[in-house]
Design a protein around this ligand. Structure first.
Ligand SMILES: [Zn+2]
Ligand SMILES: [Zn+2]
Length: 163
């Protein structure tokens, strides 16, 4: 994991703000998250959390009995912003997903950026790893951290077992 500073941090803040802008479109009733995937200074995929295909008929965010049984990695009911950004990139022909950087952010109801805790979602980490994403970036309390995707997956597995 690398704590970004200087010019790298400045660039990451720019992409995090872009991810926050995407998050405003989230259709999940429980959380608002956004993701942008960037390669060579170019956005190649974006995603916000929402039911599949944005179809509200598939939205089940407030169905408590189902929700209560869910594992920590899937406590959000909808498609995760990261999944959608990855599938978005895969749907764009010629998008260079190999080695790309994935920026994830959560916002509150007022649209303000929320700092992330430790990684824990092994569904996202597995998908990112398998798709060939190079780095996963989170904005923690102490700044923006850039994880190699393999490292991110290992950390997610560790924290998944902590609850
Ligand atoms: Zn939801
Ligand atoms: Zn996830």
């Amino acid at each position: 994991m690398k704590q970004l500073q200087g010019r790298e941090e400045k660039e990451a803040v720019r992409w995090m703000n872009e991810a926050a802008r995407i998050a405003r479109s989230a259709l999940c009733l429980r959380s608002k998250c956004g993701t942008v995937i960037v390669n060579g200074g170019e956005v190649i995929g974006v995603g916000y959390n929402a039911p599949p295909l944005d179809d509200l008929a598939h939205r089940s965010c407030l169905e408590e009995p189902v929700f209560a049984r869910k594992q920590k990695y899937d406590r959000t009911c909808c498609m995760h912003a990261e999944w959608r950004a990855i599938t978005d990139a895969l749907k764009r022909s010629g998008a260079k997903i190999a080695g790309a950087k994935l920026y994830f952010i959560r916002i509150n109801d007022e649209g303000n950026i929320q700092r992330s805790g430790e990684p824990y979602c092994t569904v996202c980490s597995r998908l990112a790893l398998d798709a060939g994403i190079g780095h996963f970036l989170l904005w923690h309390e102490d700044g923006i951290a850039e994880y190699e995707t393999g490292e991110y997956h290992a950390l997610s597995r560790t924290h998944l077992n902590e609850t």
